[in-house]
Design a protein around this ligand. Structure first.
Ligand code: ATP
Ligand code: MG
Length: 661
């Protein structure tokens, strides 16, 4: 018997029920899209609480922090129990949480900063410059390419040499320099007490591997480990999971190999295939009913994915009744006409009573949403973009956090230089000199709180033009620290923007007012935090979709808006109506992959197509422009995506739309 009164039998099918109520041990739920994997995981949490498993013994790993929040909200509806002790979130946020407690064991402090993509790039630029690499007439990899090489190497545990060999043969001649830069990059991060996103995972793993006591501590804590979207875990994440589980704990993972879409970032759907080898006593559950989509949509999706050779055979039957339309394929004359059609149709649906938040427009690449954005704006239809809009990565938001980051982590060179560099008269060179002067101070003077920064910083030599501003900056920094720590996060922002930064913004940005509003919003957001490290981590990790912290976005959610999203970011979600746009060959699948003629990569594109199709509950519209005026060579004719060749044309209905309709 359970205390909550949840009728598990009635709300779950047999396979879900068996998984949800399984005894301690290991379990793999493998099933197609929309079959209730996430639902099973949610009910599993409720069930464990129902069985009086303490919330603090549960670890729930999800692909986004939002997904974990939503699952826990649902659990609360099911069972009135406090879940605040439950650890739920992305791998990055869980690892961050662990590192904030023990980073000193790795030579960092607990106040370490997290580098985002932008910070990484500027650090990389600095390192390339100081390595004085002679690149005349020869192509040296750009900072972001270097960073992807490093990341891929770490995440797939492959040597730099092999990565270059396999993926970047044209950089072979730079192998030594690249390896050297990798070493410098790693030591610079340690020196400046900074971690990038990969480090969060890798260093947490390193820590737990090297410190037996700590490992046991976490293994004793997390009796139940639950993982959603398991098909997209990479080697590091897989190892972390195995380590949390140890010999005694229970592991339940759910996933769908047909939806593995992150191999380009090192994800390995082989983790599903080898699961049984690693957990021989695991029970395997298969769900073969789809609860999400109308049969017409499901039939098309099943047919579309069949063309892939490498997949675990799965049946997926519809449980819902037939709907009122079969998926529509709509060729349109050009991108404008496509946007026009999509927007007009959205307007009609809204007029028919469909909620805007039940509608999504999905695309392969973010830039493909441009025309639709413009068209929606001009018709006053509210929309939200789940990718591309990186609120916390905007320059002025990062400027403000640079002050805070430096005060919290006084070895944070990037933030110090960013802060100093804002002052008129201080260029990269002066900023560098100031940094040198700072690190030349005895460590105790840098670290010892409380610290009157002005006491030391005012002595530094700054260009004449900057001296008044420099003074103001020093006093601003003083304000941020208090006798026993720091001002509250929101107070810190107020001190910064009330002082030196306000002048800077006025002088530097013509949209000063807009930026000021953004900062107001940041301050509003900061009010929810008392701990500065937690606030800063949150800024960096505000992952939204995809466990991809690189895709930070405006957190504020508009409940009443149409969603525009890349397919990657739409994973796990569902809408009544889905538009999939730009289905022209070369746009989806993308040209680069067609040209490589690499079948594995084409199969991954096809899985992405499958993910897109299976987001739709009731209506699905597939559109493409037949002419693309954006091409360099003028207009080019577009052929429909080769994915259309994978299924019988009876499964779709072609609509003819004439421009000016
Ligand atoms: P994806 O592969 O896209 O992540 P999923 O397998 O995680 O999908 P869910 O999102 O859990 O599927 O479920 C899809 C939809 O079906 C949801 O709206 C969910 O509430 C509903 N659903 C799942 N299982 C059942 C069930 N047994 N009875 C009724 N509805 C269900
Ligand atoms: Mg799911």
């Amino acid at each position: 018997g359970t205390q909550s009164g949840i009728d598990y039998r009635a709300e779950l099918n047999d396979q879900q029920y068996a998984a949800v109520t399984s005894r301690p041990g290991h379990a793999l739920v493998i099933a197609g899209a929309g079959s209730g994997k996430t639902r099973a995981l949610t009910y599993r949490v409720a069930y464990l609480l129902d069985q009086e498993v303490p919330a603090k013994s549960i670890l729930l790993l999800t692909f986004t922090n939002k997904a974990s929040r939503e699952m826990l909200e649902r659990v609360k509806e099911l069972i009135p129990q406090d879940t605040s002790d439950l650890w739920g979130g992305t791998f990055h946020s869980i690892c961050n949480r662990i590192l904030r407690r023990h980073a000193d064991e790795l030579g960092f402090t607990r106040n370490f900063s997290i580098l985002d993509t932008d910070d990484q790039k500027s650090l990389m630029k600095q390192l390339i410059a100081s390595a004085k690499i002679e690149t005349k007439n020869r192509r040296f990899p750009k900072p972001d390419v270097l960073l992807s090489i490093f990341s891929l190497s770490e995440n797939t545990k492959t040597s730099i040499e092999d990565i270059i060999d396999a993926n970047y043969p044209y950089f072979e001649e730079w192998l030594d320099e690249i390896i050297l830069l990798k070493r410098n990059y790693t030591s610079k991060k340690l020196e400046t007490n900074c971690m990038d996103f990969d480090d969060l995972l890798l260093l947490a793993l390193k820590l737990l591997k090297q410190d037996e006591d700590l490992r046991q501590l976490y293994q004793r804590k997390f009796r139940y480990v639950l993982v959603d979207e398991y098909q997209d875990t990479n080697a590091t994440q897989c190892e972390l999971i195995d380590l949390f589980v140890g010999k005694k704990n229970s592991l339940m993972v759910v996933g769908d190999d047909a939806q593995s879409i992150y191999s380009w970032r090192g994800a390995d759907m082989g983790n599903i295939l080898t699961f049984h080898g690693r957990y021989p006593d695991a029970c395997i559950y298969k769900i073969e009913t789809n609860y999400r989509s109308r049969p017409e949509i499901l039939e098309l999706s099943n047919a579309a994915i069949k063309a892939n050779v490498s997949q675990i055979p799965k049946e997926l039957r519809a449980s819902r009744e037939k709907g009122s339309m079969i998926p529509a394929v709509i060729p349109l004359s050009d991108p404008r006409a496509q946007a026009d059609f999509v927007t007009q149709r959205i307007q009609d649906l809204i007029d028919e009573g469909i909620e805007p938040n039940e509608i999504a427009v999905l695309y392969r690449a973010h830039y493909q949403s441009m025309e639709v954005q413009m068209e929606l704006t001009s018709r006053d239809i509210p929309f939200q973009i789940t990718s591309g809009l990186r609120f916390f990565e905007q320059a002025h938001i990062k400027d403000v956090s640079a002050f805070i980051r430096f005060v919290v982590n006084r070895r944070d060179e990037i933030s110090f230089k960013r802060m100093a560099g804002m002052l008129p008269g201080i260029g990269p060179k002066s900023a560098d000199n100031l940094w040198r002067a700072w690190v030349a101070l005895p460590i105790s003077k840098q670290e010892e709180p409380p610290l009157a920064f002005s006491e030391y910083l005012l002595e530094f030599k700054v260009p004449k033009k900057a001296s008044a501003h420099w003074e103001q900056l020093c006093y601003t920094l003083d304000e941020l620290v208090t006798r026993d720590g720091f001002q509250m996060p929101s107070e810190m922002i107020l001190s910064i923007t009330g002082g030196v930064y306000d002048d800077y913004m006025r002088e530097s940005f013509d949209n000063f007012e807009q930026r000021k509003q953004d900062i107001q919003q940041l301050m509003q957001y900061a009010r929810g935090y008392t701990d500065i490290n937690e606030f800063l981590s949150q800024l960096s990790l505000m992952s939204t979709a995809d466990g991809d912290p690189k895709a930070n976005r405006k957190e504020e959610k508009n409940e009443d808006a149409v969603t525009l999203s890349s397919i990657h970011q739409a994973k796990g979600l569902e809408w009544k109506v889905v538009f999939l746009i730009w289905l022209a060959d070369g746009m989806f699948p993308i040209k680069k992959i067609i040209e490589t003629e690499n079948n594995d990569q084409l199969e991954e594109e096809r899985r992405l197509f499958y993910v897109a199709l299976t987001r739709a509950k009731d209506e699905l519209y597939l559109t493409y422009p037949t002419l693309n005026p954006r091409s360099y060579t003028g207009e080019i004719l577009q052929t429909p995506s080769r994915f259309f060749d994978d299924f019988s044309q009876d499964l779709v209905e072609e609509w003819q739309v004439h421009s000016g309709w």
